[in-house]
Design a protein around this ligand. Sequence first.
Ligand code: ATP
Ligand code: MG
Length: 376
Amino acid sequence: MAGKWKVEELKVGAILETTFFQNPVGDSSYRFRATHLDGRRAPKVVLSNDPRIRPGVRTQVRIVAVHKPERDDRGWIQVEFVRADALKLEGVWLDPIVSKKLQVLLESGLNILLDGPQGSGKTTMVKAIATTLGMDFVFFNCAAVLEATDFMATIQVRAGEGGQPVTDFISTPLRTAILAAQAEPARPFLVFLDELNRCPEPARNALMPALDATRKVFDPVGNVFLDIPSNVQFVAAVNRGSEFSGTFGIDAAQLDRFAPLQVDYLPAEEEVKLLEARHPEVSKARIKLVVELANKLRQSEELSAGLSVRATEEVCVYLQHPLMENADRGMVGEILKSSFCGRLSGRWSDPTTDAGIAWRIVEDALTEDAKKTKKA
Ligand SMILES: Nc1ncnc2c1ncn2[C@@H]1O[C@H](COP(=O)(O)OP(=O)(O)OP(=O)(O)O)[C@@H](O)[C@H]1O
Ligand SMILES: [Mg+2]
């Protein structure tokens, strides 16, 4: 299999696998370029303009034409998109169905709204998407937005000549990215609007034309509307639900501008694997117990709040410390009192509060686990 392809081996219509990257030749009429087909070096560059291609994702392509086959130093292989492999993200567990949906949405350039409980991997997932697809990742924390103009610029007042106050505009990462995307149409940007529902409604409304077919946003710096080019893709994240104070409702018109995608906590065995890899000092049995207890709380009808993967990870941070060596069940309970119950409202000692309900569930489960171990 190894070795370079010969031109005559490459037949029009053949389907092969390749991975594209942005064509570094800026003025080329082809946006995507690859150098290998089925793992073998191609005799000429492989070029395509098919908008379904995602840089960095393994893709099946069909040969459309081999241009200038007689020349060794020139020509190119023109291909079209057949299908892409399922999106795989380094270090992130993705539900296989969510993964497929995500890929479709990314390929179609639609705005995506990730909706999932706290600490379910939304931010981690979007960062990994940008890395995998070779996009510039632009993080925008909507929770810090108070007014519409905050999306584009922050205002700083300083003392000017003669002590007169002078107002300076400082570009936000969003404004900087829009300008960079306009300047470089071949460079894809992924703008992550984190905690979208935590910014006030009127401010969020100002962003709406950016998210529909209008694709424009008001720029307070130049006092003009900026066009948002097609190489800017938006992904937003929210956690919905009554348990989050400080969140603002997303109304139907705003929601409608996104393709909503629900994410949830990873399955127990995947969470165990993730924690094992990150905390090899902690025994698998302990990690399993911690994840099992976390899922008991997540699934409890009596509790409305979720329990982040950050919480299970924090327990492992405790358990891996030399001070906690050979931590018995009693010690595990003490750790969960702070790392699990402490994340819920109320106190572990007050059974009428969420923290107290959680503590009861944890205590019961630890007693149960002790009995099981004794029997075994
Ligand atoms: N599916 C997953 N794959 C890999 N890591 C995960 C996954 N889910 C959660 N984590 C881990 O849990 C922690 C929290 O994840 P992250 O910050 O992405 O959650 P989030 O959903 O954005 O939370 P929030 O709603 O509070 O912003 C990170 O350390 C992350 O690596
Ligand atoms: Mg997040």
